[in-house]
Design a protein around this ligand. Structure first.
Ligand code: ARG
Length: 571
């Protein structure tokens, strides 16, 4: 097939096919051995022949020169053997026109694939605790989880996002007893109820430690709740509803929607069938009054199903929820975006369900993430997400005013500041592999330079501004056949590789694959823009460069949206 007929594959993949075909190997074996050449003057890509040399039985340098001889007549790229390596240089006009044709042709479907077609992934993320602080861990889970959802959808999966709210547990006893003590009627407080409930929780959980009489009251409130006493349930429901409404407001400002809010309370009724199942299969036993499932064969401590007083735990509700998700959604995977400290908990979940013969443990994936440090606001540690995002917005506003970015005409300044503030916070969470610990620093996260959200938003806004100045131009990828420079080619190669990066991010549940990619793309844009004029160049070249920039803008915009960051048009 000729190069220009290839709509759906990148020039890299095309090159891999051309190398693989004569060897009778799948193209994937070649792509695995592609690398960046040590020096860009050697080519755009280099190919290591070592591993294929074993398969073909030819020494590496012989294989390299054989392959290059076979590809002499290809127009779209040239190959030069260098010992066991092949250095590959693409033909710039072809790459530029191909990348622009692919990306602009795909429109809002740019980067979409059908890899996950027919498969459902249930993803548990955010999952804050009601009437307790929305911690930094919950923020990371929200940001990482929401991005994974978008990336999975982009690659064709059906995604069911679930918020496993911590809406059950002894903290409610403390709050209900505290409310009684203070004679507060939460239902009269409207949207203030979340903060009031939290205040009561902080005050009375401290007090309960020294005051056994109060602790007894708290216990009796929680047991009333477990027995479904109507008064207790009504108070609990008020706290839950008002907290949930507050969370939903913030989620919606961030463009996040859950398919289901199924908190721990939802499984309260379903835990007895968990106990029955393990008992029937003879897998559970009593240990000092508690019910446990031993997991020695997995090298794990036993999972606890009940405490000695018979009450169920977080882990019991976890198992109940996994069983519910399996039967309700028939998923390909159950994914949990929860901090690394809960790794053992999820290993026990996998093992217990495998031991019970319900699933293979690979069906459960714990997409864990590291700590975040230094994330405090003027009011102290992160407690309410809303406050934190407000502070990010107000700091972003100052930055916009201070810098040369004041010309944000036409945009609503508050909305713009919110988008940039949120972009800074989100990107800081997504810029590195999720398992890495991250530091947060307001000035660094909000900087318009370096590895930041605002830097990427600014690159996008700059291109928008060039396109606005250009006015109407002919959108036609074949115009790009006039682009010959190294900088244009590099930018086009980056654009062309967007779908591959989205796919990789989806396979690894790793948004940082997209964020690193966007930093490199913005870097290639900036190198191009520093060395070439756009608006004052010769008409044909100008039209061609505008096409290339439009493709770059569309890629940046699509990529930022996958991360949950708004691609702003002015800044
Ligand atoms: N609410 C829990 C916490 O704050 C997180 C829940 C995560 N999801 C789950 N299915 N365990 O620690």
């Amino acid at each position: 097939m000729a190069f220009h007929e290839l709509k759906d594959i990148s020039v890299r993949e095309y090159c891999a096919q051309k190398i693989a075909e004569p060897l009778g190997l799948p193209a994937g074996e070649v792509t695995q051995n592609f690398a960046e050449p040590p020096d860009s003057s050697l080519g755009d890509l280099s190919f290591k022949t070592f591993s294929l040399s074993k398969k073909t039985g030819k020494p590496p340098h012989v294989l390299a020169s054989d392959i290059s001889r076979g590809l002499k007549d290809i127009e779209e790229f040239s190959v030069e053997p260098a010992g066991p390596y092949l250095n590959i240089s693409f033909n710039a006009p072809f790459v530029c026109s191909h990348a622009v044709r692919r990306s602009l042709g795909a429109g809002s479907f740019w980067g979409v694939s059908d890899k996950g077609k027919g498969k459902t992934i249930v993803i548990d993320y955010s999952s804050p605790n009601i009437a307790k602080p929305f911690g930094v861990g919950h923020l990371r889970s929200t940001v990482i989880g929401a991005s994974i959802c978008r990336i999975l959808r982009h690659t064709g999966y059906d995604v069911v996002g679930i918020n496993h709210l911590g809406d059950w547990g002894t903290q409610f006893g403390i709050i209900l007893a505290g409310l009684e003590e203070e004679k507060i009627d939460l239902s009269s407080l409207g949207s203030g109820a979340l903060r009031k409930a939290y205040e009561i929780y902080v005050k009375y959980s401290a007090l309960s430690k020294e005051n056994p009489a109060f602790m007894d009251k708290a216990r009796s409130w929680f047991s009333r709740l477990e027995k479904k006493d109507p008064d207790a349930l009504k108070f609990w429901e008020t706290i839950r509803e008002s907290s949930l409404n507050e969370f939903k407001k913030t989620y919606s400002r961030l463009g996040i929607e859950f398919e289901r809010y199924l908190g721990e309370s939802f499984y309260f009724d379903k835990t007895s069938s968990v106990l029955d199942m393990f008992a029937e299969k003879n897998l559970s036993k009593k240990d000092q009054g508690a019910t446990i499932v031993p997991l020695e064969e997995y090298g794990l401590p036993p999972v606890l199903l009940t405490k000695s007083d018979g009450s169920t735990l977080y882990s019991t509700r976890e198992i109940a929820s996994a069983l519910y998700r399996l039967s309700e959604f028939n998923p390909f995977k159950l994914l949990y975006v929860v901090g690394i400290p809960q790794e053992l908990h999820f290993k026990q979940l996998q093992a217990a369900l495998e031991k019970a013969g319900i699933i293979d443990k690979e069906k459960i994936v714990h997409a864990g993430f590291g700590h975040i440090q230094g994330m405090s606001s003027r009011k102290g540690n992160l407690v309410f997400l809303e406050d934190f995002l407000e502070e990010a917005a107000s700091r972003a506003k100052t930055k916009i005013r201070e810098g040369e970015h004041a010309q944000a005409e036409g945009a609503d300044p508050d909305e713009l500041a919110f988008s940039i503030g949120a972009g800074a916070v989100i990107f800081n969470d997504l810029k590195n592999k999720r398992t890495r610990d991250v530091d947060f620093d307001w000035d660094r996260a909000l900087s318009f330079e370096g590895e930041t959200g605002p830097y990427l938003q600014y690159a996008h806004a700059r291109i928008c501004s060039i396109l606005r100045k250009a006015g109407d131009f002919r959108e036609d990828p074949s115009l790009c056949l006039s682009l010959e420079s190294q900088e244009e080619k590099r930018l086009a190669l980056a654009i062309d590789s967007f779908p591959e990066h989205v796919l990789k991010a989806s396979e690894e549940y790793e948004p940082s694959v997209v964020s690193r990619y966007l930093l490199a793309l913005a870097g290639d844009f900036s190198t191009f823009y520093h060395s070439h004029r756009v608006l004052s160049s010769d008409n044909t070249i100008m039209q061609a460069r505008l096409n290339l920039l439009k493709a770059c803008k569309s890629t940046l915009s699509q990529g930022l949206s996958l991360l949950g960051i708004k691609p702003v048009e002015v800044m």
